[in-house]
Design a binder for this molecule. Structure first.
Ligand code: PMP
Length: 389
């Protein structure tokens, strides 16, 4: 039965398989036995293999062991968890913050606390699967608004009837398109219509804003507002693993009391909390990393645009090249790999049908040579596969 279904996926060029990387995260990785330049990770600032971040994790293991052995509300809370939460609150300029095991569990654990069966959720069409799953779990009615379209959001808000509460859900930086949500407009609408707003800034944290605090900082919007809730992950620019929610103290207390994906799971290792604390410190004290990241991003973006590729409206280090067809995206990616470049093909259901793409991510750790090598491989494969865009 499953073989038939797998074959059906394969025939549509949508079958996925696990590949092995036999090196640490970095601008060059060993992928399936070959050394390749990595353009497919969210390790934007190179912190996943940073000596000080690793040292903090090792020290955390030495002091607190490998596993916490219990859920946070039982005997699983250790000092690094609490210290990280206090650092996150400071970093995100909120009253309080809470660590989850992953960003995924933060999504599915937060939305049901903000909206229930009688409520309405308005969610951007391109929001991450974990946010959509959170909407489903909440049992609220949810409607999708057109991507980054504040006018459509306003229409849906105006049409509301009989809902107790409304929650708007968006990402700060969209994971598969690299574009930025129109947060000033969305916040204005949320205020006008008395709605709550949840921003998942998984890809904005560490990357966006003058000091890397995220997309709100990019727009110079204060984050200590009553109806504003933020979440994110420690697993991208912060280089470790874990999710977080940041917001008013009473909300965080409420999550501790009701959020199932926080309560009914073992505490994340204290070592990860300790490592994430150092990562946040580096984000704030080494602005040069962000400067290099943006410089690299601009070089690669300009080069790809000059070759005539169809990119999304990206404004960030996520550079998606739309090829539409999953077979072409897969072939392009495989061809790049032969030339020593890892640039993954992203296909439905991760992205909408007809929008299969290569999703490149650039980091602060890439050199000019890496980027030039990428551009030259792209030019060759484009010609070879006769890609017109
Ligand atoms: N939200 C967004 C926007 C993401 O891109 C991701 C990671 N793909 C997550 C949440 C989940 O984060 P994590 O990998 O920490 O579970």
């Amino acid at each position: 039965m499953f073989n038939e279904q797998l074959l059906a996926l394969e025939n549509k060029h949508l079958r996925r398989t696990l590949k092995t990387v036999t090196s640490a995260a970095g601008p060059v990785i060993n992928f399936e036995g070959r050394s390749v330049i990595q353009f497919g990770s969210n390790n934007y600032l190179g912190l996943a293999n940073h000596p000080r971040v690793k040292e903090a994790a090792i020290h955390g293991i030495q002091e607190y062991g490998v596993g916490a052995g219990a859920a946070r509300l039982l005997a699983g809370t250790q000092p690094p968890h609490q210290l990280l939460e206090s650092d996150l609150a400071q970093f995100k300029t909120t009253e309080s913050a809470l660590m989850y095991g992953t960003g995924y569990s933060a999504s599915i654990g937060t939305i049901p606390a903000l909206a229930g069966a009688d409520d309405l959720i308005l969610v951007d069409r391109l929001c991450h699967a974990s946010l959509l799953d959170g909407c489903r779990i909440s049992r609220a009615t949810f409607r999708i608004f057109h991507h980054n379209d504040a006018n459509h959001l306003e229409q849906l808000l105006s049409k509301r009837t009989g809902c107790r509460k409304t929650l708007i859900v968006t990402e700060g930086v969209f994971s598969m398109d690299g574009d930025v949500a129109p947060l000033p407009d969305i916040i204005w609408l949320a205020t006008q219509f008395g709605a709550n707003l949840l921003i998942d800034d998984a890809h904005g944290t560490g990357v966006m804003g003058h000091t890397g605090r995220g997309t709100l900082e990019h727009f110079r919007i204060p984050s200590d507002t009553e109806a504003l809730f933020q979440m994110g992950t420690l697993s991208k620019a912060l280089g470790t693993v874990g999710g977080f929610v940041a917001g008013p103290r009473s909300f965080i207390e409420y999550l501790i009391n009701t959020s199932r994906s926080f309560i009914y799971t073992t505490a994340p290792p204290a070592s990860m909390a300790a490592a994430a604390r150092v990562a946040i410190q580096i984000v704030q004290t080494e602005p040069g990393r962000r400067a290099r990241l943006w410089q690299n991003r601009n070089q690669l973006h300009e080069g790809l645009k000059a070759m005539g590729f169809h990119l999304t409206n990206t404004e960030t280090p996520i550079l998606p090249i739309i090829l539409r067809d999953p077979e072409l995206a897969t072939a392009f990616s495989a061809n790049l790999l032969k030339r020593g470049l890892y640039a993954p093909a992203i296909r439905p259901p991760t992205v909408p049908k007809g929008t299969s793409r290569l999703r490149l991510t650039v980091t602060s750790e890439h050199s000019t040579e890496h980027i030039n090598a990428a551009l030259s491989a792209f030019a060759t494969v484009k010609k070879e596969l006769n890609v017109m865009t």
